[in-house]
Design a protein around this ligand. Structure first.
Ligand code: ATP
Ligand code: MG
Length: 424
């Protein structure tokens, strides 16, 4: 008899540690794997599976968490699911039932309670799939029918204060990825009430994210097969799923919808760039859960910088791994009473990029183009490429570094930059 395999899914490692202690007495001793990056669960199920049992911890006790478990259960019905939540999720009973869970343990729980629940769940898993591994694990929640061997990478742009440049950076990141890697990228505009991605790119979308969700009887496969029909393509090659036309439609989109939409996009695109409003709503948190990298932006002024600090504190309390969070300072100018050096001292993790305020940006907006496409040699474009160097081919970053500079403003900014070295 092979040793059972258990996956513990929670942002916090505490549950996995308690379970490991209990399971060490089981014979045969189960193999326990912990996944604290909820967005990475699809990869782990594919690469490390099959698992006999999935224990979902308190971080999954949200509507988006339950929606994710439902998707997993639909794809891997033979894997037994056990919920270990601290409170009853604020969701319909139906949403809990659809996760396929065989038990719900209330945390904190004694070892005895957990032991009994684990024994029962493992017993059931033996009955469901006697000795046989779960088939088709490659078809995990985010299997890619489009020919992608693995789900696309998700980048989310966020900020505590408005106007920091999230939309600006989202369009430029999607452009840089498409242009320099030759792979497919899309932007999902999750600024559901006042999204401006299509306006900034002068696109006229026929459909929006709201229309995708109006499809009748959509299951995950249907969504994956049709999501691109709701997108509009920018002339530089990336696609955009626009925000609703009417802000009132935004209220009808909930976190599980967002989870499903992003999952469908990652099945179709190598890169999914998510633009968000300057707020920590449940919808935005659903996107964070799926994000491989979360860029958090601030501008060079005290309220913005202070709020970035509050924002990062909140992410920490929500147990969003700081490993995936990267900081970007935008619209940095000289002589504004605060300099980059002062700001970097406040954030020991450093900034991935410090971008200058540049007039080329307004010009690019008027052209409906990302500035990296309309003025690739400007200082702001070059610093963007440098900031995203780990995502782009080495040759591109090397070329940027050796090409002559285009803007006089650039020189001024560079001096500021030199004075205040910024961590990569
Ligand atoms: N580096 C820059 N230099 C000059 N202008 C910039 C720069 N970055 C952004 N802008 C401009 O600042 C304005 C706000 O940027 P943007 O809309 O991208 O911010 P946002 O964070 O998406 O705002 P919101 O929170 O309202 O969605 C836009 O007009 C944009 O063109
Ligand atoms: Mg915006």
């Amino acid at each position: 008899m092979r040793n059972p395999k258990i996956l513990v899914l929670d942002r916090n490692e505490t549950l996995a540690e308690q379970l490991e202690g209990i399971l060490s007495e089981f014979r045969p001793r189960p193999e326990v794997q912990s996944c604290s990056r909820i967005g990475a669960v699809g990869d782990i199920l594919t690469d490390e599976g099959p698992f006999d049992l999935l224990v979902a911890g308190p971080s999954l006790a949200t509507r988006s968490g339950l929606a994710r478990l439902e998707v997993i259960h639909d794809e891997l019905p033979n894997m037994v699911v056990l919920l270990a939540f601290a409170r009853r999720p604020d969701a319909a009973l139906r949403d809990i039932v659809r996760t396929g869970a065989v038990d719900l343990v209330q945390l904190p729980a004694d070892d005895d309670v957990l032991r009994e629940s684990l024994e029962r769940a493992l017993e059931l898993s033996r009955k469901v799939a006697p000795e046989a591994p779960v088939p088709a694990v490659a078809a995990a929640s985010t299997a890619a029918p489009s020919g992608l061997s693995r789900p696309g990478t998700v980048f989310t742009l966020s900020s505590a204060t408005g106007g920091c440049g999230k939309t600006f950076l989202a369009t430029n990141l999607a452009y840089l990825l498409t242009h320099h890697t030759g792979k497919r990228a899309c932007i999902v505009d999750l600024d559901l009430q006042f999204g401006e991605v299509s306006t900034a790119l002068r696109l006229r979308p026929r459909y929006t994210i709201y229309d995708v969700l109006q499809r009748e009887d959509t299951d995950e496969a249907d969504l994956r097969d049709h999501i691109e029909e709701y997108m509009v393509t920018h002339e530089t090659g990336f696609s955009v799923l626009a925000a609703p036309k009417d802000p009132s439609e935004a209220d009808r989109i909930d976190p599980p919808d967002v989870t499903r939409i992003i999952e469908a996009c990652r099945a179709r695109f190598d890169y999914v760039v998510v633009d968000t409003p300057a707020a920590l709503t449940e919808v935005v948190l659903a996107a964070f859960d799926l994000s491989d990298v979360l860029y958090t932006m601030a501008t060079l002024d005290l309220p913005s910088v202070r709020n970035m600090s509050v924002f990062l504190g909140t992410l920490e309390r929500l147990k969003i791994s700081s490993e995936n969070v990267k900081l970007i300072l935008n619209k940095a100018e000289t002589d504004v009473g605060i300099d980059v050096d002062q700001v970097t001292r406040l954030f020991p993790q450093g900034f991935s990029a410090v971008l200058p305020y540049a007039k080329e940006v307004s010009r690019s907006i008027n052209l409906g183009m990302p500035v990296a496409a309309s003025s690739p040699q400007s200082e702001v474009s070059r610093l963007m490429v440098k900031g995203f160097a780990d995502l782009l081919p080495d040759a591109v970053t090397a070329r940027m570094a050796s090409a002559p500079e285009a803007s006089a403003e650039g020189g001024r900014f560079k001096r500021l930059f030199r004075r205040a070295p910024v961590n990569a």
